[in-house]
Ligand binder design. Structure first.
Ligand code: ATP
Length: 489
């Protein structure tokens, strides 16, 4: 299906998010949309998907104007979208979510029929999802897989993916890429919004770059990374490099810890982090990284083993105790776990930095809010609700809620959704905290990120720590092997 967006404008109140954008998506191609945080990419895609109305402009399908005003109607026109945070129903099973919105399929209609289609499609794309799993137990990557097969089964001819590779495992990314290539060669049109130039360069045959709501360039493959960066930012952002920090004394020590969260178990894990250290955690999604971070944050209790903080035994203490020690956690899933979607930025700062009470303590929060919004370059006003921020700016908000003097930061995919320049800004910020003695432990699906900023790399495989080394003593290949369960002597 060939689709053209012509002269698209979008105003959110005074914000002019799309300023007359024209772009054509051709049948059988994968078309990349690039741009810095807040450039207007998601807005344009949501307009195409019928999720938000445009203020002006035309959508042409095979040259004919198409009018639709909801995602359901867009899907009837063959256009489906997979969102950064999939819009699914956590309390239902994967199969129940799959059946929702299928043509001629009332909810919970002949289960067998849909189970068969589900299994065939999942098998066709080599996806790991199971129909009877509860959605709330699925990883982000698995929820994406579910959404892709749901859209394909519902007859989508053009599929939009907004930042699909952040927060998913290397293995899931490979499965996703192969599925997208299969879909394009079967004649579907794929539109990929991404901050990862490597992904765009590996997959796309055409690219359009947005900046401040305008389309500033169209390019065709082969792409040159520097030219893409210059189009996105006006210059090539400087890469981050590892900082050298004098390692201090031991902060957190987990000794033989076993714990379970969302059906994922860690078994007898021993892990130590010192003042000023930056530790990157790698592993296939669901291998235990998420459990380790939440256990270290006091959000879940170990079923065996002990946790020490500066030699004090703190096993079994409640989260507040960990918080008072200066231990903070940032989850990957900002909407479900990290933020309150319907609260404003100012309300988030009020809840974070002021006296805990039954009502939101507004007093004084306005000053904190404007200072944080400025420092973290959040594109948004203090009075805006979280849902009104772009994905990258939601990520900045979550990070701006951390205190200025933490002792230990536990971060799940901290650069998720950030553009290259913002990611490098964030790492410089975290490195400043580490130079003041804070320890940073983070998960990442991007081994290049781990190798460029971490001092140590820890690898999880099936709930166990199978590698824990100084990054200078291992190669990317060693880490990849460990992630796949191939251990060194
Ligand atoms: N529902 C909304 N209400 C008000 N303003 C909004 C809303 N959604 C987006 N915006 C604003 O529109 C602008 C463009 O946002 P958009 O989400 O399209 O950017 P983006 O390029 O997708 O960014 P990112 O890379 O961070 O996801 C931003 O200034 C954002 O704050």
């Amino acid at each position: 299906m060939n689709v053209t967006l012509k002269g698209i404008h979008k105003f959110y109140g005074k914000v002019h998010a799309n300023r007359g954008i024209t772009v054509t998506f051709r049948q059988g191609t994968i078309h990349g949309i690039l741009g810095e945080n807040g450039a207007g990419k998601s807005t344009l895609m949501k307009i195409l998907a019928g999720y938000v109305p445009r203020s002006d402009g035309t959508i042409l399908i095979e040259g004919q104007p198409a009018d639709y005003s909801s995602p359901q109607e867009a899907l009837k026109h063959g256009i489906g979208m997979l969102y950064q945070d999939p819009l699914d129903f956590p309390a239902l099973t994967a199969l129940q979510n799959f059946t929702i919105g299928q043509p001629s399929a009332p909810f919970l209609s002949p289960e067998k029929k849909f189970k068969k289609i589900f299994q065939e499609l999942a098998g066709h794309f080599n996806f790991s999802i199971q129909p009877d799993s509860l959605l709330e137990n699925l990883s982000l990557g698995e929820r994406q897989q579910l959404e892709i097969i749901r859209l394909v089964a519902a007859g989508a001819q053009l599929i939009i993916l907004d930042e699909p590779t952040t927060g998913i495992s290397v293995h899931q990314k490979e499965a996703l890429f192969s599925a997208l290539k299969q879909l394009a060669s079967a004649g579907k049109t794929i539109v990929l919004v991404s901050h990862k130039l490597e992904d765009v360069m590996a997959l796309c045959s055409e690219v359009s770059v947005l900046r401040q709501g305008e389309c500033v360039g169209h390019m065709t493959a082969p792409f040159d990374k520097e030219t893409l960066l210059k189009h996105m930012f006006g210059r090539v952002p400087a890469p981050v490099s590892r900082c050298i920090v004098e390692k201090g004394s031991s902060l957190l020590w987990m000794e033989g810890v076993s714990a379970v969260w969302k059906n994922i178990r860690i078994r007898r894990c021993s892990f130590r982090v010192k003042e000023g250290e930056i530790v990157g955690i790698a592993g296939l999604e669901g291998s235990g990284q998420a459990v380790l971070l939440r256990t270290a944050a006091g959000l879940i209790q170990p079923v065996e083993g002990n946790i020490y903080w500066r030699r004090e035994q703190i096993t079994g203490r409640e989260r507040r105790f960990f918080k008072n020690k200066g231990i903070f956690f940032v989850p990957a899933d900002r909407i479900q776990e990290g933020l309150f979607p319907d609260l404003t930025l100012q309300e988030h700062y009020a809840l974070t930095f002021f006296e805990e009470s039954l009502i939101i303590p507004h007093k004084g929060s306005k000053e904190v809010a404007s200072e944080r919004v400025r420092t973290f370059s959040i594109k948004g006003r203090e009075s805006q609700r979280v849902t009104e921020l772009s994905g990258g700016n939601q990520q900045r908000l979550m990070l701006s809620l951390l205190p200025t003097d933490p002792q230990l930061l536990l971060l799940e995919h901290p650069t998720r959704g950030l553009d290259i320049e913002s990611a490098s800004w964030l790492w410089k910020h975290l490195q400043r905290l580490s130079s003041k003695g804070a320890a940073i432990v983070f998960t990442s699906g991007d081994l290049d990120e781990i190798f460029s900023v971490a001092h140590r790399v820890v690898v999880f495989f099936e709930g166990r720590i199978v590698l824990d080394e100084n990054v200078d003593h291992v190669s990317v290949k060693d880490v990849q092997k460990a992630m796949a369960g191939v251990f060194r002597d």
